[in-house]
Design a protein around this ligand. Structure first.
Ligand code: NAD
Length: 471
């Protein structure tokens, strides 16, 4: 049992003023593995004051100084990759395969920000005009639970590159993971107050960051509902916002696709992070003429996506993060059935042999129409909807008939055609023939998937304001 009673403020671990206790539960077996004292508004204000004070000198550091800090941050996170993976598996039920990808990307994000910073001009001149790109001010970083180390690292790296000081409010469901990450970050010996971390509830610590006039910017990763609230509440102090929200991403299989390859890939894209991924391709759009072949290929490929112990390196689907998330997925499966979709694989209840913990059956629905609840709402579990289309235009229409626009996928043998279709999908990112990441490419969404972009120069620009001096 681990106990956490301290936040990280002004370069030191300090006792929490807030006294509310939250338990951490291992989702693989439902056992309590930790207790954390949650911060309150006072802790948040204390952290904001430290960040405000540190900003006075940090805003004037040189690019080279910040690049060297980013390098150190990379080294200290990379040094504890195994510990970060272990705690992600234990606290969150992330599979070993996926946790490794996330933690390595977290360490890498500091190097990527360093590279982007070198490429980004912070002064531009023409005629007698000079434009300076300045840090926006103190930033509040509020993150979701489903890839804790990565979200914190990506946001922190961009903010540091820009010269902003920060107060981080990680998801209260990630306190054990945050503790290990914090131990790493502390080792980088950044100037006191440059980054501060308060673990607490969203409606307490998060809300204080959103309303506090000393916080200039909120960079948020989480649900669309909370994102909307942050935008509304932040307007009172004219907060700059970056909002990384949910998705219901389409995956279009064109009619010349090789199903033997495309179906296992599509299932991997739908069930990544046990389906608890904003970018998951949860609507599989297939040509009507090939539906029978698609069903056969799915049935053949599903054994590779059986649930298992997340610590086992072969496991591709682990438990849901919490009982609440388990119940949410069950409710959506029932809704799908009641609205007339057919369960091809999976369905309600626990998989056999996994009754303890929050495991669900990876589920594929067929006979889904795009207006059904399961095709429109983000389920955040391993549930895939197969939807048929009549023509290329029809596929694009269905893909874009969504309140979300985070990610999209297109697969087909004819690359020119796949590119043409990809360019019509309204989403911040579209990947052709598989799943790939590029930490220099912008990340973010259209419509209810958010506002603004992260990663690379795009992520740093989100923490900058311009000032023009004219002679
Ligand atoms: P959530 O919105 O419930 O919580 C996210 C964070 O917001 C938490 O730290 C929470 O404490 C905080 N919060 C809650 N209420 C708040 C308030 N009133 N003011 C300020 N902060 C508040 O989301 P979640 O359940 O942690 O994460 C899952 C969601 O995140 C999904 O919708 C998923 O798609 C989305 N997500 C998006 C991305 C992306 O990059 N676009 C990545 C991962 C997750």
């Amino acid at each position: 049992m681990k106990t956490i009673t301290k936040h990280y403020i002004d370069g030191a671990f300090v006792e929490s003023h807030g006294r509310e206790v939250i338990e951490s539960i291992n989702p693989s077996n439902g056992k309590v593995i930790g207790k954390t004292l949650l911060g309150d508004e006072e802790d948040a204000k204390f952290a904001i004051a430290a960040a405000k004070q540190a900003l006075i000198s940090f805003a004037h550091t040189t690019k080279e100084e910040r690049a060297s800090m980013l390098h150190r941050l990379h080294e200290v996170v990379a040094a504890r990759i195994d510990d970060l993976i272990a705690v992600m598996i234990e606290e969150y039920g992330g599979t070993a395969q996926f946790s490794e990808i996330i933690v390595r990307s977290a360490a890498e994000s500091f190097l990527q920000a360093e590279k982007a910073l070198q490429q980004l001009p912070l002064v531009r001149t023409w005629d007698k005009t000079t434009v300076f790109y300045e840090p926006v001010g103190v930033a509040g970083l509020i993150t979701a639970w489903n890839a804790n180390a990565l979200f914190i690292s990506v946001k922190l790296a961009s903010a540091i590159a820009a010269g902003c000081t920060v107060v981080i409010k990680p998801s209260e469901m990630s306190s054990l993971q945050t503790q290990v990450l914090l131990e790493c970050l502390h080792e980088a010996r950044l100037p006191s107050g440059v980054f501060n971390v308060v673990i607490g509830r969203g409606d307490v610590v998060g809300a204080e960051l959103v309303r506090n006039p000393d916080v200039a910017k909120i960079s948020f990763t989480g649900s669309a509902a909370v994102g909307e609230k942050i935008m509304r509440d932040g307007a009172a102090t004219m907060k700059r916002v970056t909002l990384e929200l949910g998705g219901k991403s389409p995956n279009i299989l064109l009619d010349d696709v090789e199903l033997d390859k495309a179906i296992p890939t599509a299932l991997g894209i739908a069930f990544m992070n046990s389906g608890q991924a904003c970018a998951a391709g949860t609507r599989l759009l297939v040509p009507k003429s090939r539906l029978d072949d698609v069903k056969k290929a799915i049935l053949g490929a599903m054994p590779a996506f059986a649930v298992g112990d997340p610590a086992n390196r072969k496991t591709t689907v682990g438990p849901m993060v919490s009982k609440k998330q388990y119940e949410q997925v069950q409710a959506y499966i029932r809704t799908g059935i009641s609205e007339g979709a057919d369960v091809l694989v999976g369905g309600e209840g626990h998989p056999q042999g996994f009754e303890a913990g929050y495991f669900v059956k990876p589920t594929v629905f067929v006979n889904v129409t795009n207006d059904m609840t399961i095709a429109q709402e983000e389920i955040f579990g391993p549930v895939l909807c197969v939807i048929t289309y009549e023509s290329e235009e029809d596929a694009v229409r269905i893909a874009n008939d969504s309140r979300y626009g985070l990610h999209g996928f297109v697969s087909g043998a004819d690359l020119q055609r796949a590119r043409r279709v990809a360019s019509q999908i309204i989403a911040g990112r579209v990947v052709i023939n598989g799943m790939r990441d590029d930490q220099q490419a912008p990340w973010g969404g259209f419509k209810h998937s958010g506002v603004g972009r992260e990663f690379g120069t795009f992520g740093i620009e989100a923490f900058l304001e311009s000032r023009a001096i004219l002679e």
